[in-house]
Design a binder for this molecule. Structure first.
Ligand SMILES: Nc1ncnc2c1ncn2[C@@H]1O[C@H](COP(=O)(O)OP(=O)(O)OP(=O)(O)O)[C@@H](O)[C@H]1O
Length: 289
């Protein structure tokens, strides 16, 4: 399984703000990554550095074996779809698509046309006259049709209605199955993408706090509800993520193995934890000043 991105000891400061703090991780060739985290956690900054749009303050970043900064050989293989994408003033939708076609080596024109049809994008309309949802759909279309070996989607759903978001997820999944690549999806709509994500990178105040295969996480995190002594006994060897009292009962969310039979015998209810709940549990901390 080859690695296409290596990040080591990466930090980024903006004056007195530490946006990224000693971040290290890698991305494999082919996989759908969820880059998750609260507002201001550092997700966009990380993607900007990986796409050569920001400089690191410290640490190193290798994308396809080289620095992405002003490196066309690397950047031709990388697509970055973001909500705030700017287009030249004179661009119509078709011009933006043509630019994508010229920029990306693996661009699929037929797929682009299918997506234009799916999202009902008006090819002749000036980009600056598009509605917010249409603008998102244009970005998503370029990102998908680029078939870039490394594709970042930074909150691509903003502005898209529920039907269009589902269309995006369906198209991404189907196309990924046929043309595997590395996709990094940054989103707050975790429940919507939970089935799509193969690997979770959770970032909290500039630090990676979870770097794990989604499949591993699915079986590992549970919530137990029951009398405190029974919950304590069952969770003695687990990693506790959250605990609260509900009347006379205790509810604990833990990472680790809890036998269903033991829980039942002790009168403790065991529930699986969704990815969204897990992220909330891990990142619900005191706000920074
Ligand atoms: N150009 C900049 N100048 C100063 N501070 C910045 C700059 N860009 C980002 N920051 C700060 O760095 C931190 C990380 O921001 P970033 O946009 O990476 O977060 P994010 O995880 O993408 O957030 P969101 O989910 O809200 O989009 C925030 O505190 C933000 O205010």
């Amino acid at each position: 399984m080859s690695t296409i991105v290596t990040v080591s000891g990466l930090s980024k400061r903006f004056r007195d703000v530490t946006a990224l703090d000693d971040v290290s991780f890698s991305l494999r060739r082919n996989g759908v990554y969820g880059l998750l985290g609260r507002n201001g956690a550092g997700k966009t900054t990380l993607m900007q550095i990986l796409t050569g749009q920001q400089f690191a303050t410290r640490g190193s970043v290798e994308v396809f074996g080289a620095s992405p900064v002003e490196n066309p050989a690397v950047l031709r293989q990388v697509a970055f779809v973001k909500e705030s994408q700017k287009y030249p003033d004179t661009y119509r939708v078709r011009d933006a698509l043509l630019a994508g076609r010229l920029m990306f080596a693996d661009w699929d024109e037929r797929f682009a046309r299918e997506l234009v049809h799916d999202f009902q994008l008006p090819l002749r309309r000036p980009v600056k006259k598009l509605s917010r949802g249409m603008l998102s759909a244009l970005g998503v279309t370029i990102g998908l049709a680029s078939r870039a070996p490394l594709t970042f989607f930074d909150e691509p759903y903003l502005g898209l209605d529920a039907v269009s978001r589902q269309l995006f997820y369906d198209r991404l999944l189907a196309d990924y199955a046929e043309f595997p690549r590395t996709v990094v999806l940054s989103t707050h709509l975790i429940d919507e993408v939970a089935d799509l994500i193969e690997h979770v990178l959770l970032i909290e105040r500039g630090r990676i706090v979870l770097d794990e295969d989604a499949e591993t996480l699915r079986g590992q995190v549970v919530t137990l509800t029951g009398p405190a002594p029974a919950v304590d006994a069952l969770t003695a060897n687990t990693d506790e993520l959250h605990r609260e009292r509900l009347g006379g009962l205790t509810r604990a969310t833990v990472r680790g193995r809890v036998e269903a039979g033991d829980a039942r015998a002790a009168g403790v209810e065991l529930q699986p934890v969704s990815l969204q709940q897990l992220v909330v549990r891990i990142t619900r901390k005191e706000p920074t000043s």
